[in-house]
Design a protein around this ligand. Structure first.
Ligand code: ZN
Length: 69
């Protein structure tokens, strides 16, 4: 992995408006900014789906409307 050269600043008009995280076996999952890191966020960095910038701040998985938690 050679991630240190990836940009960490979103260059989109609406910054960090479309965050995803790539999870093994699940593909890209939508995530939302959060105030603290959950267990999954400790393991993965989210990124902007549009420009690919790494989101190095707390996030959480977005709730799925069709799924009972
Ligand atoms: Zn972006």
């Amino acid at each position: 992995m050679n991630q240190h050269c990836q940009p960490t600043t979103c260059r989109c008009t609406a910054r960090w408006s479309d965050l995803v995280v790539h999870l093994e076996g699940h593909g890209d999952q939508p995530v939302l900014p959060a105030t603290s890191r959950g267990p999954t966020a400790h393991l993965y960095d989210a990124r902007c789906r549009t420009c690919g910038a790494r989101y190095r701040h707390p996030w959480r998985l977005a709730p799925r409307p069709n799924e009972q938690l």
